[in-house]
Design a protein around this ligand. Structure first.
Ligand code: MRU
Length: 353
C-alpha cells in the first residue's frame, strides 16, 4: 500500500473496530508504507525494542497503549490475576528501551491512573486506561503544536536549518518536536531549507526525516553525517534544531548518536543550536547528563543494514544509540511552556512551577 502524497502521518492510531493499536512500521520506510497491529503489552514492547516505533514521545504513547491493551486483554480475569498481568505488562514495557525517559513518564502516568481505580472491576479499569492512553497521545500532539508556536519565531525566512535523526511526526504522537518547529515556521509563511543528517547507523534522517518532509513539500537536502562540518565551514548552515530523548535537570540532554558532534560543530561555527522537547522528556531526577543510561544496540546494525553486511565478519563493533550534549552548547530549549534561552537548573525548574 502506498500513502497518498498529502498523508497526515499517524504514527500510532487506535482501531476501534478491532480493538488494536496500529503503528506505522518505521523499519521499512520509505520503501514500504505498512501498519502493524498490536494487542498486548508484550507485543507493543517488541514493537518498541525492534524499532517499529521509535522516537522518545512516540515510544511513550505506545507504552501507554501497551498498558491499556494488556488491561483489555485480561479484563475477564479475577481482580488478583488482572493486577498480576498488568504488573507484568508494566515491567515488560519498562524494559523495552532504556534512554528515552518518555517511556517511564508514560508508565508512571498510567500507573497513577490505575492506582486511582483500585476498587473498580477489571472491565471498568480497562476502559478507563484506554481513555487515558488516548489522552496521552492527544496531549503529545498538543505539546508539539505548542512547541511549534513558541519555536517558529527562532527561525527566520530563508534559513538553512540542519537537523539530526528524526524528531518529526514519526517520532511523536504527531506533528513532531524539532520538525514541528520547522513545520510551524513554514506554515507561518517562511521559506526554510532543511538539511537532514543521514543518521548512521539506523538512518532515521535518510529514511524518515527526508520522507516525512517530502510529504509536505518542505525542501530537504540529505547529507551523510560527516558532511555537516564542511557545510558549516562554508557558511551553508544557519541554525541547528534537534529533539531529545532525555533532558537532565541542568539542561544536558541525550539525543541520537552524533548529536554531540553536531553541537560542538555548531558552537565552533557560532551557529544557534536549538533543542525541542516536551516536559515529558525532562528527567528532573537526574542532576546532569552523566547519569543518562545510554542504550547499546546490536553490532549487526553497524556491520551492515537490511540484510546486507559490508564490514568483515567478527570485527569488533561499538553501537551506542545516543550521546549526551552538555547544556553549555544549547542556545535555547523549546518546550510547550515556552522557549528557555541557555537552559540551566533554575530555568528548567521554573518550567514546572
Ligand atoms: O533510536 P531512536 O530512533 O528512537 O532515536 C530517536 C531520537 O534520538 C530522536 O531525535 C528523539 O527521540 C527526539 S524525537 C521527537
Amino acid at each position: 500500500m502506498s500513502p497518498s502524497p498529502r498523508l497526515i502521518i499517524e504514527t500510532l492510531r487506535w482501531d476501534e473496530a478491532r480493538g488494536v493499536l496500529e503503528m506505522i512500521d518505521q523499519r521499512v520506510l520509505p520503501a514500504r508504507f505498512e501498519r502493524l497491529a498490536y494487542d498486548s503489552a508484550s507485543a507493543v514492547a517488541d514493537g518498541i525494542r525492534s524499532m517499529v516505533v521509535r522516537g522518545a514521545p512516540a515510544i511513550g504513547c505506545a507504552a501507554a497503549y501497551g498498558v491499556a491493551l494488556e488491561a483489555l486483554r485480561c479484563r475477564d480475569l479475577c481482580a488478583h490475576a488482572f493486577a498480576a498481568a498488568l504488573d507484568e505488562g508494566f515491567a515488560v514495557l519498562d524494559a523495552s528501551r532504556p534512554t528515552a525517559v518518555n517511556l517511564r513518564w508514560a508508565l508512571e502516568h498510567m500507573r497513577l491512573c490505575l492506582d486511582a481505580l483500585a476498587d473498580a472491576p477489571p472491565g471498568v479499569v480497562a476502559g478507563r486506561l484506554l481513555q487515558e492512553a488516548h489522552a496521552v497521545l492527544a496531549a503529545d500532539v498538543a505539546a508539539n503544536r505548542a512547541m511549534g508556536a513558541h519555536g517558529a519565531a527562532l527561525l527566520s525566512d530563508g534559513m538553512r536549518v540542519l537537523t539530526h535523526c528524526n524528531a518529526g511526526a514519526l517520532a511523536t504522537g504527531g506533528y513532531g518536536t524539532a520538525l514541528g518547529v520547522i513545520r510551524a515556521a513554514v506554515a507561518s509563511g517562511k521559506h526554510l531549507q532543511v538539511i537532514a543528517d543521514e543518521t548512521r547507523p539506523f538512518l532515521q534522517g535518510a529514511r524518515l526525516t527526508a520522507w516525512e518532509l517530502q510529504q509536505e513539500d518542505i525542501p530537504v537536502t540529505l547529507i551523510t553525517d560527516n558532511m555537516a562540518g564542511h557545510l558549516m565551514q562554508r557558511g551553508e548552515v544557519d541554525a541547528v534544531i534537534v529533539g531529545a530523548d532525555r533532558v537532565a535537570a541542568n539542561g544536558d540532554f541525550a539525543n541520537k548518536i552524533g548529536t554531540y558532534m553536531v553541537a560542538v560543530l555548531a558552537h565552533r561555527h557560532g551557529l544557534p543550536f536549538y533543542v525541542a522537547a516536551p516536559l515529558s522528556t525532562i528527567d528532573r531526577r537526574l542532576a546532569d547528563g552523566a547519569g543518562i543510561p545510554i542504550e547499546e544496540r546490536a553490532a549487526a546494525e553497524v556491520r551492515g543494514f537490511a540484510g546486507q553486511q559490508w564490514a568483515p565478519e567478527g570485527v569488533a563493533v561499538r553501537n551506542p544509540a545516543f550521546d549526551v550534549t552538555p547544556a553549555a552548547l544549547v542556545t535555547a530549549l523549546i518546550t510547550e511552556r515556552g522557549v528557555v534561552p541557555a537552559p540551566n537548573v533554575d530555568s528548567i525548574a521554573a518550567l514546572f512551577d
